[in-house]
Write a protein of this length. Structure first.
Length: 282
């Protein structure tokens, strides 16, 4: 075979090898991508289960069945294999929180970092993936593995969350509330604000609200403290110190679950009334 013939043969062979590689890539690349996406999704679901066990099981139950008065059930047919619209709803609810049907006490706190919460967007996405695709039997196992048996979970805060099947009967046109009863007529305006602004959701304070939430510290003797917050105390227990903490707790204690309350939520006048009332509790 002359030189030209050998060159032609080599070119044809190289062309066929390249064509074969391209063909194999076309056949197997979609499968590889599907497998990689599935692995990524499985990893996200596993992370979501761990986040749920650490942050959500107290109110929603270790198997997502909900706890009356604290958290709605999430292990539901509506959430299983939820479509994009349902997933977006869950993402928004976890990120931005959700008010009670009465429009007063919050049912869901705000969890996203954008709202001064502890979870970033990926973490919230992992939670949504777990809620819609995960195996709910994993959460009790994770709790036990972490040394927290299901029976040892703390009592959830009393958020006044209605039982879904009873929502219509309780609220449609009735104007009734599952929240704590309002303060007695003539009581301090700060006491009323403590309820209507949602403080009672996470805090107990006696004698007015001895059955408030347990997520945050008991404030019954807050005026006797020298510094706040309980973790890394740096602020004096004065009206200005309390206002600084309530307005932007993340700035003082990054990662705290205490939400911030801007002037759109508590006006300056209301803040004065609230802090003045808090400081009567010694």
């Amino acid at each position: 075979m002359d030189t030209i013939g050998r060159q032609v043969t080599a070119f044809v062979t190289l062309f066929m090898v390249i064509a074969l590689i391209v063909l194999m890539y076309g056949i197997f690349e979609p499968q590889r991508r599907v497998a990689a996406a599935q692995q990524q999704k499985s990893s996200s679901i596993e992370r979501g289960a761990e986040l749920f066990a650490a942050n959500c099981a107290v109110c929603h139950g270790p198997e997502g069945k909900g706890i009356a008065g604290a958290g709605f059930p999430l292990n539901t047919t509506q959430n299983h294999n939820g479509d994009a619209k349902r997933q977006a709803y869950l993402q928004t609810t976890i990120s931005d929180g959700k008010l009670n049907v009465t429009g007063k006490l919050p049912v869901m706190p705000m969890w996203s970092e954008a709202n001064n919460g502890p979870l970033n967007d990926q973490m919230i996405g992992d939670l949504v993936n777990f809620i819609t695709y995960g195996d709910w039997t994993e959460v009790p196992a994770l709790l036990i593995k972490a040394g927290t048996p299901v029976a040892a979970l703390p009592t959830p805060p009393g958020l006044g969350t209605p039982i879904p099947s009873e929502v219509a009967a309780q609220y449609q046109g009735s104007g009734s509330s599952s929240a704590a009863p309002p303060p007695a007529a003539g009581s301090d305006p700060g006491a009323a604000l403590f309820q209507t602004k949602g403080c009672v959701t996470c805090h107990t304070i006696s004698p007015e609200y001895p059955s408030g939430g347990q997520v945050g510290p008991n404030l019954s003797t807050i005026a006797s403290k020298s510094k706040i917050p309980d973790t890394n105390p740096t602020l004096p227990v004065t009206p200005d110190g309390l206002k600084t903490w309530i307005r932007d707790p993340q700035k003082i204690a990054p990662g705290t679950v205490m939400p911030s309350f801007g002037t759109d939520q508590i006006s300056d006048q209301e803040m004065d009334e609230l802090t003045k009332w808090l400081l009567t509790h010694k």
